[in-house]
Ligand binder design. Structure first.
Ligand SMILES: Cc1ncc(COP(=O)(O)O)c(C=O)c1O
Length: 389
């Protein structure tokens, strides 16, 4: 995609992801189906409210704490340990907290792991908008081989392992586990050629289900979907891969800089990292990623059941590739899509407007979305179809 085309896309999708604002009394909240920043659990938000004023009885709020203060030392140490526990991350892997979002990883990955003379090749699985953005940046650093693509089919499905053809000796294989825009998700782990590191953009489904980190060289995710507020990006990477990265690029663009400085080579995003730490504790308290695997499948099932038994709604994704995090569908006309979003918002179901690339609606059911949210939406969908079908 050219930068002009991307700018045009960005301009055309940026105005709003929700229906026109509905004024609500102070204290009243709605079910927030936003694709990100997304909903957060009530108990985490309430703890944050308290600790903005006084964090851990220090008399200083979390927004005001130095990243070198003893309070932050403990917050950071716990965030690392709790993340390791939640993700079953072994000691030969680093947990790193960076900035720049997953979008920055689009260039950090190829910049670090493709040779400086641009003679290398990396393999990419092109399954959606974010995968395509990753490919676009990777081109700057070497040759990119698209091992699979569902672009010609409007990114409606995830190509199977048999449909994926790797190049002879790629520096790494990159894929995006969940396609936030189009609502598709990998339900298997790609297997790169022997010895080739697997890199994954897990931005929109990290910790929504278990994954075996030892199958990966590097995984990254921005915080604002399953891990808290925007502003921090988590990278999990094997020490072996981190050490393999180039040393002739700016220090802040090398993974080892973060690995060797407890992710604070400069002033880090203290608040988002603190909030991520609370999210790891919350995930663990709920029963960990195994709990969320079941919980998220049940939530998505409630909404997919309505879609599957409807002649009114049309889902975007092929059934075998459907995402449990971002569910995409349309009404019979764009006018009805707009009405759906407006009436849903009036009923306390907000931020359902789909991305312009897909149109229609997008329902984001991240970990923090309660079962009641999925049930309320399903009930609304049935009623809306009855009235307008
Ligand atoms: C799968 C995926 N990758 C990358 C990104 C980009 O993340 P950020 O905006 O934090 O750079 C997003 C954002 O929605 C995403 O869903």
């Amino acid at each position: 995609m050219s930068s002009t085309a991307r700018a045009a896309t960005a301009a055309s999708v940026s105005p709003s992801t929700s229906a026109p604002a509905v004024n609500r009394p102070a204290g009243e909240r709605v079910f927030n189906f936003s694709a990100g920043p997304g909903c957060m659990p009530e108990e985490v938000l309430r703890q944050i409210q308290e600790e903005v004023w006084n964090c851990r009885n220090s008399g200083v709020g979390i927004l005001e704490h130095s990243h070198r203060a003893a309070v932050y030392d403990r917050i950071l140490a716990e965030a690392f340990e709790d993340c390791r526990e939640v993700g079953s991350i072994p000691r030969n892997y680093h947990v790193l907290f960076l900035t720049g979002g997953s979008t920055q990883q689009n260039f950090m990955v190829p910049m670090n792991f493709l040779p400086a003379d641009k003679s290398g090749t990396a393999d990419y699985l092109n399954t959606g908008y974010w995968a395509a953005r990753s490919i676009e940046d990777a081109h700057i650093f070497g040759t990119i081989h698209q091992a699979s693509s569902s672009k010609d089919a409007g990114y409606t499905f995830i190509p199977s392992a048999a449909e994926t053809k790797y190049s002879a000796k790629p520096a790494y294989v990159h894929y995006t586990s969940n396609n936030t825009l189009y609502g598709t998700q990998f339900h298997y782990t790609p297997q790169p050629p022997a010895g080739v590191p697997l890199v994954c953009d897990m931005c929109s489904d990290i910790f929504s289900r278990p994954f075996d980190v030892t199958k990966y060289g590097l995984v990254y995710a921005s915080a604002q979907k399953n891990l808290g507020p925007a502003g921090a990006t988590m990278v999990i990477a094997s020490d072996e891969l981190v050490r393999r990265g180039r040393t002739d690029i700016a220090h802040m663009l090398q993974y080892r800089t973060f690995a060797d400085s407890e992710s604070r080579p400069n002033t880090p995003p203290v608040f988002p990292i603190y909030a991520m730490g609370l999210m790891f504790k919350w995930i663990r308290k709920q029963g960990g990623v195994k709990h969320f695997e079941k919980f998220n499948a049940e939530k998505a099932g409630i909404v997919y059941n309505v879609l599957d038994s409807s002649k009114f709604y049309k889902g975007h994704a092929r059934a075998d590739s459907r995402s449990l995090m971002n569910l995409t569908f349309r009404c019979p006309t764009p006018k009805l899509d707009d009405l759906f979003c407006t009436e849903a918002a009036t009923n306390g179901l907000d931020c359902l407007k789909g991305h312009r690339a897909t149109g229609g609606m997008r329902v984001s059911l991240y970990n923090a979305m309660p079962m009641a949210g999925a049930r309320a939406l399903a009930q609304f969908m049935v009623e809306f179809e009855r009235k307008n079908g």
